[in-house]
Design a protein around this ligand. Structure first.
Ligand code: FES
Length: 201
């Protein structure tokens, strides 16, 4: 039966879900200032937007928040990280973000981010293969990922790779780019995951 706990695919998904919850826990622990912006657990479960103070997120750093029961990664990319995005184009399956379900229209660009705030990447931290939590791997050419690795996200379950805009590499199990959720800036410092332009109109 597809839903049986003994089913290998199902087991992998559950393992991934546990990993994702772990990643959220680490995010909260590493960046405690975020906690004051979280709505109640009940409101979060219902899908309430989550405000994040990105003012203290240093260049190169990532933090994680929970939104609608999913981990959402926020990365403050450096200038060099943004430069790598054009250096990996021919290795990517969907470099132009043509699969429209994977990002709001405003993020259909090289940075997969809101124009004028290109440095900040906001993505759902669930692999598009079977839902494990990809790890943030910003280092260049680490031993396990090879000389051509310029930074990005690596899924430990079956080896899918994504660049620093969450775009999937060719030849890996994940079929599509990581999802960019709806979000909006309510000020220069506060980013609202799940928020829309109507929130700031
Ligand atoms: S869940 Fe299979 S590669 Fe990520």
């Amino acid at each position: 039966m597809a839903d049986s706990p003994s089913n290998p695919a199902r087991r992998r998904f559950l393992t991934g879900a546990a990993t994702a919850v772990g990643a959220v826990g680490v995010g909260f622990a590493a960046v405690p200032f975020l906690s004051s912006f979280q709505p109640s657990a009940k409101a979060q479960a219902a899908g309430a937007p989550v405000d994040v103070n990105i003012g203290k997120l240093a260049p190169g750093q990532m933090t994680t928040v929970a939104w609608r029961g999913k981990p959402v990664y926020l990365v403050h990319r450096t200038e060099r990280m943004l430069e790598t995005l054009t250096e990996v184009t021919d290795k990517l399956r969907d470099p132009d973000s043509s699969v429209s379900s994977q990002q709001p229209a405003f993020a259909t660009n090289l940075y997969r981010a809101r124009p004028s705030h290109e440095r900040f990447l906001v993505i759902v931290g669930l692999c598009t293969h079977l839902g494990c939590a990809p790890t943030y791997r910003p280092e260049v050419a680490p031993d396990d990922l090879g000389d051509e690795w310029k930074g990005g996200f690596f899924c430990p379950c079956h080896g899918s790779k994504f660049d620093l805009s969450g775009r999937v590499y060719k030849g890996v199990p994940a079929p599509t780019n990581l999802e960019v959720p709806q979000y909006v800036y309510v000020s220069e410092q506060i980013l609202r995951v799940g928020g829309t332009e109507e929130d700031v109109a």
